[in-house]
Ligand binder design. Structure first.
Ligand SMILES: [Zn+2]
Length: 271
C-alpha cells in the first residue's frame, strides 16, 4: 500500500506535469471509484496547484478540489497520448492540451473525491507527518499519558497522517523501540530519536522514489528502489543487520509487524 513517500513522489511528478492543464473530460469506467460531493463537475476547470496531505493527493482546481486516495493498488499514469483501455483502468482524465491522466486500480479500493469543501474530507485526519508543525515536541505531547501501544498509535491517521506499516516498522527498529511499547513509557530522548528516525526514513524513501513491493509505480510507470534498503520490513527470519538475531514477525495494530527481539526489547531501558 502506498504510504507518504510514494504519494509524495507521485504528487511531485503530477505537479511538474499538470499545473495549468484544463480538464476537458472525466470518463468514469468504474462508478464507485469517483465520488462527486459537489453539484459542479470537474470538467472545464483548470489545475491551480497540486498538494498532498497524508496519503491524499489533492488537485486544487479553479473551483473545487479533487482528492485521491490510492488505498491498496490505485495508480496514476500520465501520458501524452491516448492509451489502450486495459482491465484495471477506472478513470480517464483528458486535458484540453490533448494529454491524459489514467487511474488504474486492480483492487478497486482507491477513491477520487470531487469537493468544494476540503474540510469535509480532512476532518478525520491529523497533522501531516512532514508538516513543519509536526515536531519531536508535538510527538512527545501525543505520547504523554497515552497507554496505547506505539505502533497502533502511529498507524492511526487521526493523529499523525501519512505513516503506514513499512515506515513505522523501519523507524521503530532504528530507534530500538518494540512496537508494543506503551506510548507513555517512552522518554523525551527516545521520542526525539524516534522523530528523527521517522523523518530520516521518510526522506530517504522519497529520495529512492518510494518502495515498490507489488503494485506501486511512479506516474511514468517506473519502480521505486527503496525496497532494497529496508532493514526489518519483510525480512522475518533473516538476520538483524545489527545483531544477527532473526527478525520476528508479529501482529500489532492489526498489521503484520517486523522487529528485532534483541534490538527492540519490550521492557528495555527506554532512556
Ligand atoms: Zn538486532
Amino acid at each position: 500500500m502506498p504510504e507518504l513517500p510514494e504519494v509524495e513522489v507521485i504528487t511531485r511528478e503530477l505537479r511538474e506535469r499538470l499545473i495549468g492543464e484544463t480538464i476537458d473530460d472525466v470518463e468514469i469506467l468504474w462508478p464507485k471509484t469517483f465520488i462527486n460531493k459537489s453539484t459542479l463537475q470537474p470538467a472545464g476547470k483548470s489545475i491551480r496547484s497540486i498538494g498532498r496531505h497524508g496519503k491524499f493527493i489533492i488537485f486544487n482546481l479553479d473551483r473545487g478540489s479533487l482528492f485521491t486516495h490510492l488505498r491498496m493498488t490505485g495508480k496514476y499514469i500520465y501520458s501524452v497520448e491516448k492509451k489502450e483501455r486495459t482491465k484495471h483502468l477506472r478513470v480517464i482524465f483528458r486535458f484540453k492540451s490533448g494529454r491524459y491522466l489514467y487511474f488504474y486500480d486492480a483492487r478497486k479500493f482507491g477513491r477520487i473525491f470531487f469537493t468544494e469543501n476540503p474540510e469535509e474530507i480532512l476532518a478525520n485526519f491529523g497533522i501531516d507527518a512532514m508538516d513543519t508543525a509536526f515536531t519531536a515536541e508535538k510527538l512527545f505531547l501525543f505520547f504523554k499519558n497515552r497507554k496505547r501501544k506505539v505502533k497502533p498509535f502511529l498507524l492511526d491517521q487521526q493523529y499523525i497522517c501519512g505513516l503506514g506499516n513499512i515506515y513505522i516498522d523501519e523507524s521503530l527498529f532504528k530507534s530500538g523501540i518494540h512496537p508494543d511499547t506503551p506510548c507513555l513509557n517512552l522518554s523525551v530522548g527516545r521520542v526525539k530519536r524516534l522523530y528523527e528516525n521517522i523523518m530520516e526514513t521518510l526522506n530517504t524513501a522519497i529520495g529512492n522514489m518510494g518502495t515498490t513491493l507489488a503494485d506501486y509505480r511512479t506516474t511514468g510507470g517506473g519502480f521505486g528502489s527503496n525496497q532494497h534498503y529496508l532493514q526489518v520490513y519483510g525480512r522475518s527470519g533473516e538476520p538483524c543487520i545489527r545483531c544477527k538475531t532473526p527478525i520476528e514477525k508479529t501482529v500489532s495494530g492489526g498489521r503484520g509487524t517486523h522487529y528485532c527481539p534483541k534490538c527492540q526489547p519490550l521492557n528495555g531501558a527506554l532512556k
